[in-house]
Design a protein. Sequence first.
Lengths: 299, 276
Amino acid sequence: MTKQSKPTPGATAQLERRYKAMLLPALFAVGLFALIPLAGMIALSFSDYHLMRGTKWEFDFDNFVRLFSDRRLSQSIYAMSILSFFGVAAQVIIGAAIAIGLSKIVSTKWRMGRVFFLLPYAVPHVAVALIWLSLFTPTLSPVNAFFDLFGITVPSFLTTQNGALFAIIMADTWTNFPFTMLIVLAALQGISPDLEEAASLDGASRVQSFFFITLPLLVPAFLMVTLFRFIDSLKHFPMIFVMTKGGPGRSTQATNYYAYIQTFQNSNVAYGAAIAVSLFIVAAVISFYVARLNQRITS
Amino acid sequence: MIDTSASFRFKKTIGMSMMWALLIFAAFPTIWVLIMSLREDSVIFEPFWESPLAVTLDNYFKITRSDFPRALMNSFICAGLSTLLAMIVGVPAGFALAKSRVSGKFYASWLLLLLRMAPPVGFVIPLFLLYVNAGLIDTYFGLIVAYMTLTLPLIVWSMWNSFAQVPDELIEAAIMDGASLFKAFLLVALPAARPGAVAAAILGFLIVWNDFFYALIITRSSTVTAPVAVMNFISYDSVDWGSIAVASIALTLPILPLMVIANRYIVQSLSGAVKG
């Protein structure tokens, strides 16, 4: 505590009132632009609102009951899980490998390389999806043409279930690994070189000191990155829309995309809202833990 | 201790090959877009090494005659205005959350995180119905208001972080000297948090610039933004790859300098944390 004279309680109360006045516009805006739509979404999810079939405005749990018997929903959860798990894993591994490589293997060289490693993160997702669509289009792709030189025919990924999932994971990984790379680079910079030096004085090899000293210190960064990437991966949309339209069949209809299909293509707004509410609950639980984690880090 | 043994050199070689492989993975799609944008229409389906001289700027000229430049302008307008509005409302709020003793800060941080993480389809369904009934589909006003749901939570959260790093004593001293709280905020705290404010504005701009989903649902033609307008180059029976390549470049180039400035801050906004 500083030895400053404390302001009187009356002045403090007045100050707090002024702080609250500064909060008000934002509270009002969040209420208007975010909470009212949210309330609307929840209300819709209990309704029978349908853009084509007509609406009686009856409110019940039908939509939520239907969720449990909807095979398309379970399919979409499977697609979302595959995209999230393999996408996030690839992004964390590749991003971390590049960060570690940049700081331990090529160190101060490769200035241009750094730019190329960061660039994919700047490309808007629609452009990312279109670029990878072109790379996965057999008649156009230079990758296919290159392998043709050796008589190898690259399969058409976008026409098979697993191939289409793989294609989306590739595009997603390409644009998001720099995020992991940035965070891990920052974490590596925060580790004192004295630690590894001390380990090498004690007879540890470079590889040993990396695995037993550096890597454990990177765990919090890995956790944070994984969590944030995982949350984002639940929102998959542009890549599915551009690259596969959910197909072939329904194999790449992740849940977020399925909610869009139900609402805007099948006109079943109420059911789409029920799916959105379910996703929202998942996001609420995760963000609660992130907020708690954040609070614990700072206090 | 410098290790020059054969095993060390072997590991170094493996490491270097891995880095080169990753560099190719990272750089190749970017180079491919550049190549695609420069190819003549007639040779676009041939491997580029077979006709390396069929280079043209036609695609670049062609796109200036399309609707795409207008869509880019729309993107600028929406990203700029929704960020500006969110800054006006969000920066004082971030300051108040960082420095006041109001209760419920934990719930405020939860709400802000939740709004950032929630699937956009949840916001878009009710907004879409509201807009259809209020005649706000395909209007700048409607789009900018919708984007506030993206920019405001991000900016309040970032500014909360930034102001938390400004020493309390600085503001207390200004108030002791007779400044009002608002003056202390404007003349003392804000200049001290300026790098954070610049970064928050950039991140807000980027998130709107990148948006595809909101614009897909609530624009039709006159306010369509660039990410949705690119899709016009894909028609039912053909795909104009040359224009798509140019459009992808046009979508990326304007925000590249912003990314370079903001990338340091992306790290801070995750690791630097909010004071509870």
